[in-house]
Design a protein around this ligand. Structure first.
Ligand SMILES: [Zn+2]
Length: 272
């Protein structure tokens, strides 16, 4: 699933290319992902001019100069192509926007679990995007101070990894980076939030900011150098999907537990 560093990578990549570009033609090729009739989507976007792309939690927002917004939640397998119109279409391409700069913006989604919405303006977002209104503050928002972060987390008592990845608590943290943040802060993923001191939660806040900033810089640089990836960059991560390897901090073997579809990795020695 794209997480904050991946989405921030897209944001930076698109903001160097999209603002000012006009959509000359929009086409939906797989309607199920686009949450409105495909003709309506195509008609609404034709003639729109892109503004600055934003991110809110795990959503990418593409505002247009008219005030309208396209909102995308890429779920597990949603990816983008920004390419020559002659370039081969990826399997499961969901929509294409032909731009007046001669380039095509495409969205493809192997498992078709992503969701694409349109809102007439900012005010319509809560009505146009299900669960938008219940979403907690973006975990990287400048308004989310350490004090407010602690307040948010204290609404939930369960296992800290589940709390961190709960969008209603704070938005933007997914399974992979939750493992990274908890490793950075030295907190066991199955510890209950109620068992953690304010000091530990404060360390977690610091870890959120430092890990996301560090990873975002890596992802941005790679996207700019290599073009948009077919899969998300995960090789810079220290513990997630590194089960059995040595912990970069203490050298102990990294543990791996799979529950449901979720893999959790952590170091039993560093994360007491
Ligand atoms: Zn360790």
């Amino acid at each position: 699933m794209p997480e904050i560093p991946d989405l921030e990578g897209y944001r930076a990549y698109f903001n160097r290319r999209l603002p000012g570009a006009r959509v000359s033609r929009a086409m939906v090729t797989i309607p199920i992902v686009v949450r409105m009739p495909k003709e309506q989507f195509a008609e609404a976007l034709a003639g729109e001019t892109f503004g600055e792309v934003r991110r809110q939690g795990k959503y990418l927002l593409f505002p247009f100069q008219s005030g309208r917004l396209m909102v995308i939640h890429a779920m597990l397998t949603g990816r983008f192509q920004y390419c020559d119109p002659a370039a081969k279409r990826r399997a499961r391409t969901v929509f294409l926007l032909a731009l007046d700069n001669g380039v095509e913006l495409r969205y493809f989604d192997q498992r078709l679990m992503g969701k694409v919405y349109l809102a007439r303006d900012e005010g319509e977002l809560p009505a146009a995007v299900p669960r938008w209104a219940e979403m907690g503050p973006d975990v990287m928002s400048p308004e989310l101070t350490e004090e407010r972060f602690l307040e948010r987390l204290k609404k939930y008592r369960g296992q800290i990894k589940n709390v961190l990845t709960k969008e209603q608590c704070v938005a933007g943290i997914g399974n992979a980076y939750a493992d990274e943040l908890l490793w950075e802060a030295g907190i066991h993923p199955y510890r209950k939030r109620v068992e953690l001191s304010d000091e530990a939660l404060g360390a977690l806040y610091g870890a959120v900011r430092s890990v996301m900033d560090w990873a975002t810089a890596i992802v941005r640089e790679r996207m700019e150098a290599e073009g948009l990836p077919d899969d998300h960059y995960r090789d810079h991560l220290r513990v997630h999907r590194k089960g059995g390897e040595g912990c970069p901090r203490c050298g102990s073997r990294i543990s791996e537990i799979t529950a449901g579809q979720r893999i959790t990795n952590f170091c039993r020695k560093c994360q007491g």
